[in-house]
Structures are given as structure tokens and as C-alpha cells.
Design a protein around this ligand. Structure first.
Ligand code: ADP
Ligand code: MG
Length: 746
């Protein structure tokens, strides 16, 4: 008996199964049935051809206007030139050595053609497209489902296979596989799974399509929310060692040293965290706050409370640059409090260890030792902290900075480092504010705290778009502005979308590249070295080129440094350290030319200008993060977004949107609207197809909220889902093995 979990090869035969697997990675019947049509043109209804984009793989319904055989001549083979159209525009199609085509492609006939769109002499073309002529019996319904297809697997072949599978499936079996309990369906007027799958693939009218989509969209939200509800319930059931804040410890000494007053928000959030830490089940909290809202201090106070209570805290950063900076700034903020065991240290104190993937063996060994012995109360690191060999004496608290680059699995790996039987408290921090529904979908297992205000006395940040093509004068002025700021004792960032120098031919021009010998650890997910982007665009400007051109041109005489993920960590650290020293210092740097490695968290308060080149190559949230690097001190900040995108183009509008507002929530919403949902789920979904096909978390807020409540109810009475086999199966299909393992661990 065929069910959703059956192997495709058992249902459709080895050859089709293999084709589906290599095209889409499908393995099961469910994988195929969850591959929903993208459109439903009416049978015979022609596709508008004028929207076709060169380079796109398309499936179009068109009418054959002419078919002309051009005989074999000398070296060129015989070919059939076919012109198809939609009543207005035409596309040319060529078949070489046509045999079958001569018989089948007759003027007047209509059919589906699938292939890659090209252009020759201003004429749109499809070369050797697959086709299916609309004979009377070739399409099942009036609506023709058009599937996401590939060059090797045409839409109608997928449709045929889907119909074969649907015929094999028994409605009773589907009912048993339905993840949504019947009473929940009935209460909401949703159709059952059997009907939904038949209607979405073989609808007789659009009403059926919509009913099916509505039902299947609800599924997606419900299954995901059930996963999250179970995770939350498991966390609530787990135990953690309570870490109760005490007076007269490091925290108090630190507060006393603090050169500024905490904002009301920082105090409130700290209290929430202290309460969580004192509980006997693990904290799972998300701290979100605008760039510069002072999350680091909140994190540090939490870590000190944990250390005061006898435990250790780990701070996990997404990049080496950021880990190094945290290590530096935490050590500086703590001063003598971080010098336990040293002559300079007082009675009260701890140590701050740094652990990154590419440290020298000796330094690494020392850090590991301080960590396992408990000497280091605070351990700062990159994902190297997740490795098995890293052992803690008593890990009380894990803080994950800039969460959007960490996956759930990594969080779990750190959580597993706690003493047996208990879990550490976990705080994740992000500067990318997340709309409520997304938070519910992605971080549904976390409590949320938000820092809304920026510390007082923050100077304004102004952002301008610099259209390099229309206003070369403004572009030139950008470099003058940098010179002015440096003359005033400030520093500047120049950000580029690429590192460049892939062949290693560029001159090694720099103060900072002298020793690229050490092991180089690329920053994970930093988005450096982006591909050239859309067809026809020149490659983005590269750090290595820009560095040279600026040093020999408009910024000559200034001290420039380069920063990107291909540098050895020690060199990165060195550049950031010297950049922080600034113009007033003999060793300082005035300008750093960098990739997005400076995007998150980098804090140099005297840096006042940032020039982002090819700004349209960056995402909206990324630009918002980037500019958060300037205007952090008392002097006003200036961010110049340089773009060659023409006015009115989507790329240009994106850049203008960033310049127009500093509201991180609005920008993050805009960003999400432009990205696919799979990206929203981030690393949790990396390498997998997104589990969300129909659900759009921004648009479908009411669905998410409703499904969440329903899921909580189900889990409350049946936490292991013993009475819900369909739901259990759906969850297993959603999470592949390592994620299922995470569930068990979380
Ligand atoms: P983010 O939330 O982006 O991580 P940081 O924690 O890096 O922000 O803080 C940004 C800057 O503001 C740092 O230089 C920090 O020392 C400073 N800062 C934090 N809290 C306050 C405060 N209450 N008053 C003044 N400055 C503060
Ligand atoms: Mg930060």
C-alpha cells in the first residue's frame, strides 16, 4: 500500500523516481505531492510572452504561427524554425535534425514549451525546448498545473507523475497520514488532506485551488508550531542550576566601574534575565535591540551574575573579528576585574578567555585549560567553542551574539556542554529586529526581550544615496568627506561587496597583508565574495582593488587597512586594533577598506563615516547593520550609499528605502518581503528545501497565530503525540535526521 512516506521508486518506478531525485532531491511520495504547481493557466489560454526574462527557465503555453524546415546545407544540419506566439509577441524556436517535430509541430496548434529563454538579434528564442502539444486528451483538467521545473524535467512530466501517484493513493491512507486532527479541520472549515492534495494538483476550478491552498498553508504553520510548542514544553520540563545573583560580587564591582548610567531598558531587561537565571529550568530568551542599543553591556552583566553564582559563561560570536572585539572590549570594561591571578588583579576577579578556530596551539591550549579548570569565568569564541574538545568546568550561561547567523543545531551543541542532567541558561541577541510572526515562526521557542531606546547622547546618523553615474561630483566628494573626518581625528569605513583577487595576481599592497601565512578561517556566512549577481551586471567592487585605487588616488597619504575573511585571524585582529586607535595614534589606521566582516557588532565609537560601494548589492538589513558601525560615539555619523543602479530600478529603491528610515523594524520587514521564506528560517534550514511552501509568515499572520494556539493545545494534552500519528509523521518528514536529533537534545 502506497502512503505519503513511501519511497517514490515504489510508486512511479525507478526511472521517474531517479529523475525526480536528481532534479529536486525528492525521495518520498510526500516530497512529490508537496511540490505544488506555481500557476494554473486555463487550458488553451496563452502565456504572455512579453514578460519573459533572458536566462529564465520557463514553461509557456503558446500557439504555433509557422514552422519552416531549413534543409541541411554544407556543414550545418537541417533545422526546423518554429515561431510561436501569444497573439501579440512571438518567440522563435529552433530544432536541429527535427524528425518528430516536423510531424507534431503544425501551425495553428497550441502547446506547452519549456526551455531556457535566450535572445538573438533582439528576438526572444527557446533552443530545442521540450514541448507537449495540447491534444484533446493530453491535459487532465481545464486548468493546466504549471510546476517549478528544470531543463531535464518538464512541468508536464511532473504533472503526469503526480497523477499516477494520486491514483495509487487511497483516501483512507491519506486520512491516517493527515497531520491535522479532524476536529481542528472541521472547526475551521478546512478540507481534509486527501481532497487538498487532489485539488491542488488536479483542480477543476480555481475555487478548489484556493480551498486546497488555504488548507495546506494551515498545515505548514501547524506542523512547525507543533515542533516549537514541543520544544518549549521540553525546555520547561528540563532542569538547570539556578544561578542567583548575589551582592558584593563582580557584578556590583562592575556596575560601580561603569562609566555611564544604564538606560531604563537595559535595567529592565537585565532584571528579566536575572530572574530567569535564578529559576531551576533553563532560560531561553531572545534579546533584540537596535544596533547600538547597548546589548553587550546587558550580556556582560548577565555573565557576571552567573560567575558570581559560581558558574561560567560562554559568549559565542559569528565571526573572528567580532569574537576578538568582544574579548577586547569585555576585558577593557572589566579592567582589573578580568585579571584574577595576576599581580594587577584585585581579590575579586575572573579571567576572560578567547577561543577561535585558528589560534596558535599554545594560546589555544592555555584557553582550553582556563576553560576546563574554571579559572576563566567568561569564555568568548567563535563556532570553535562548539567543538567536542572544549570542556567547561561548570557552564551556567550561553550567550549567542547576532543570532541570525547561528543555527539551532549550534545552539544545541553548546547547550550539551553543560553538566550532566542540567542545561545551561541561553540568551540569544540580535540587532535585526524581527516582526512578531517571524519571531513566532523561527524563534517560537524563545521568550523575547526588546531594548527600544538608544543610550542618551547618541549623535545623529545621516544616510545619503550617492548615485555614482548621475552625480560623479557627489561620488568624488565622498572621498573628500573622509579626508575631512580623518583630519578631525575620526576614522572611516569603506565597504565593498567582494574581496577580489581570486587569482592572487593583485599586488600585495598593504600595511596589513604582510603575513597571510597562518591558517585562514573564512568567516562563516559572512556573505563575502558574492557572485556577480544578476546577469549582465559587472562584478561588484572588490576590497583589494578599491584599496589600491584609494591608496594611490583620492585617499593617498592616509593610513589604510584592509579587512576581509581571507586574512589570517591575527591580521584581522591587528587591523581592528589599529583602526580603533585612530588618527591620533602613531600606530593607528585612518580608514579600513573591508567586506561585510564589519557588518555585525564592530564597535569603534570614533569612526564617523562609512562609504558603502555598490550598495545595491547588499540586502536591506545588511545595509542597516553596516551603517550602525558609525555614529556610535559623540560625533555625528555619516553613511554614504554609493550605487550605479538607475533611478526607479528595484535595486535603487531598496537603497533609497534604507536612506529614508532608521526604523530597523520597518527595514527588516521590507527585507523579509524580498527574500524567500527559506532564508527567513536561516541556518535551521540550510541545505534543505524550505518547509514553507505556501505559508508566508508576513502575509499569513492570522494563520500563524491560530495554528500556534492550536498546536499548544494539542501538545498540552498529548506531548509525545501518541494519539496523533499523522502529525508525528509530518514532523519527522519536516526535520531531517540531525534536526530530529536536535529536538531530542534541545
Ligand atoms: P549593540 O546593541 O549594537 O551590541 P553595544 O552594546 O555595542 O550595542 O553598545 C554600543 C555602544 O554604546 C558601546 O560603545 C557601549 O559601551 C555604549 N553603551 C552601552 N550602554 C550605554 C549607556 N547606557 N550609556 C552610554 N553608552 C552606552
Ligand atoms: Mg553588539
Amino acid at each position: 500500500m502506497i502512503g505519503l512516506a513511501s519511497k517514490l521508486s515504489a510508486a512511479v518506478g525507478g526511472k521517474s523516481a531517479e529523475a525526480l531525485k536528481s532534479a529536486f532531491g525528492m525521495r518520498t511520495v510526500e516530497d512529490l505531492l508537496r511540490h505544488y504547481p506555481r500557476r494554473y493557466p486555463e487550458r488553451g489560454q496563452l502565456t504572455e510572452l512579453r514578460d519573459l526574462q533572458v536566462g529564465e527557465h520557463v514553461t509557456v503555453m503558446a500557439e504555433i504561427y509557422s514552422a519552416q524546415l531549413i534543409p541541411k546545407k554544407n556543414s550545418s544540419p537541417a533545422r526546423l524554425k518554429v515561431v510561436v506566439g501569444d497573439g501579440r509577441d512571438t518567440v522563435e524556436i529552433t530544432y536541429f535534425n527535427p524528425r518528430q517535430q516536423i510531424r507534431e509541430l503544425k501551425p495553428g496548434a497550441r502547446g506547452l514549451f519549456a526551455g531556457k529563454v535566450g535572445r538573438f538579434n533582439k528576438t526572444l528564442q527557446l533552443t530545442q525546448p521540450d514541448y507537449e502539444i495540447d491534444a484533446d486528451d493530453s491535459f487532465a483538467g481545464v486548468l493546466v498545473p504549471v510546476y517549478p521545473a528544470t531543463a531535464k524535467l518538464a512541468s508536464w512530466k511532473i504533472a503526469q507523475t503526480v497523477r499516477i501517484v494520486l491514483d495509487l493513493l487511497d483516501d483512507e491512507v491519506l486520512r491516517a497520514d493527515d497531520p491535522v486532527p479532524a476536529d481542528l479541520l472541521a472547526g475551521r472549515g478546512l478540507i481534509d488532506l486527501a481532497a487538498a492534495l487532489r485539488w491542488i494538483h488536479v483542480p477543476s476550478d480555481l475555487r478548489e485551488v484556493h480551498a486546497a491552498q488555504q488548507r495546506l498553508r494551515w498545515d505548514e504553520a501547524f506542523v512547525l508550531q507543533t515542533v516549537l510548542a514541543r520544544r518549549r514544553a521540553e525546555v520547561a520540563a528540563m532542569s538547570a542550576s539556578p544561578r542567583v545573583r548575589r551582592d558584593g560580587g563582580l557584578l556590583a564591582a562592575f556596575d560601580h566601574r561603569l562609566p555611564f548610567t544604564l538606560t531604563a531598558g537595559q535595567r529592565e531587561v537585565s532584571e528579566e534575565i536575572f530572574d530567569d537565571l535564578a529559576a531551576s529550568h533553563p532560560m531561553h530568551r531572545l534579546l533584540q535591540g537596535e544596533v547600538g542599543s547597548g546589548k553587550t553591556v546587558v550580556a556582560l552583566r548577565a555573565m557576571l551574575a552567573a560567575v558570581d553564582a559560581g558558574g561560567q559563561a560562554a559568549l559565542l560570536a559569528p565571526t573572528e573579528v567580532l569574537a576578538q572585539q568582544h574579548h577586547r572590549s569585555i576585558s577593557a570594561l572589566l579592567g582589573p576585574l578580568a585579571e584574577a591571578g595576576l599581580l594587577t588583579g584585585g581579590e575579586l576577579g575572573t579571567r576572560v578567555a578567547l577561543l577561535t578556530g585558528s589560534m596558535g596551539a599554545a594560546a589555544r591550549k592555555r584557553a582550553l585549560l582556563e576553560t576546563v579548570s574554571g579559572q576563566a569565568g567568561i569564555v568568548v569564541g567563535t563556532h570553535a567553542l562548539l567543538q567536542d574538545r572544549v570542556e567547561f568546568h561548570d557552564l551556567a550561561l550561553v550567550i549567542v551574539d547576532e543570532q541570525h547567523r547561528f543555527g539551532v543545531e549550534q545552539r544545541a551543541a553548546l547547550a550539551a556542554k553543560s553538566r550532566t542532567g542540567t542545561r545551561p541558561h541561553v540568551l540569544v541577541m540580535t540587532a535585526t529586529p524581527i516582526p512578531r510572526t517571524v519571531a513566532m515562526t523561527v524563534f517560537g521557542d524563545l521568550d523575547v526581550s526588546t531594548l527600544r531606546e538608544l543610550p542618551a547622547g547618541r549623535s545623529p546618523l545621516v544616510t545619503h544615496v550617492v548615485p555614482a553615474v548621475e552625480r560623479p561630483d557627489l561620488f568624488a566628494r565622498a572621498w573628500t568627506r573622509i579626508r575631512e573626518e580623518v583630519a578631525a581625528g575620526h576614522q572611516a569605513y569603506v565597504v565593498c561587496p567582494r574581496i577580489g583577487d581570486e587569482t592572487g595576481e593583485a599586488a600585495p599592497a598593504a600595511t596589513t597583508r604582510r603575513s597571510a601565512t597562518g591558517r585562514v578561517e573564512a568567516d562563516p556566512g559572512s556573505g563575502e565574495d558574492q557572485p556577480a549577481g544578476e546577469e549582465g551586471l559587472r562584478p561588484g567592487l572588490a576590497v583589494l582593488d578599491v584599496f589600491r585605487r584609494l591608496a594611490d588616488g583620492p585617499l593617498t597619504g592616509l593610513r589604510l587597512g584592509e579587512l576581509h575573511g581571507r586574512l589570517a585571524p591575527a591580521d584581522k585582529e591587528d587591523v581592528m586594533r589599529r583602526f580603533a586607535l585612530g588618527p591620533g595614534h602613531g600606530e593607528g589606521l585612518d580608514v579600513v577598506v573591508s567586506t561585510t566582516v564589519v557588518e555585525v557588532g564592530v564597535d569603534v565609537p570614533t569612526a564617523t563615516v562609512m562609504v558603502v560601494l555598490d550598495a545595491d548589492r547588499f540586502g536591506v538589513s545588511q545595509l542597516h547593520q553596516l551603517r550602525g558601525r558609525v555614529g556610535r560615539g559623540s560625533a555625528p555619523g555619516l553613511c554614504l550609499l554609493v550605487t550605479e543602479a538607475p533611478p526607479g530600478s528595484p535595486a535603487r529603491e531598496r537603497v533609497e528605502a534604507v536612506a529614508a528610515t532608521r526604523d530597523g523594524f520597518a527595514l527588516s520587514r521590507l527585507d523579509l518581503e524580498q527574500r524567500r521564506e527559506g532564508d527567513v528560517l536561516g541556518a535551521a534550514q540550510a541545505g534543505r528545501r524550505s518547509s514553507l511552501r505556501l505559508l508566508e509568515v508576513l502575509r499569513d499572520e492570522d494563520v500563524v497565530v491560530d495554528a500556534r494556539l492550536a498546536a499548544i493545545d494539542v501538545v498540552a494534552v498529548d506531548s509525545d503525540l501518541g494519539a496523533h500519528p499523522g502529525l508525528r509523521r509530518a514532523i519527522a518528514a519536516l526535520l531531517d535526521d540531525d534536526q530530529a536529533e536536535f529536538l531530542a537534545k534541545a
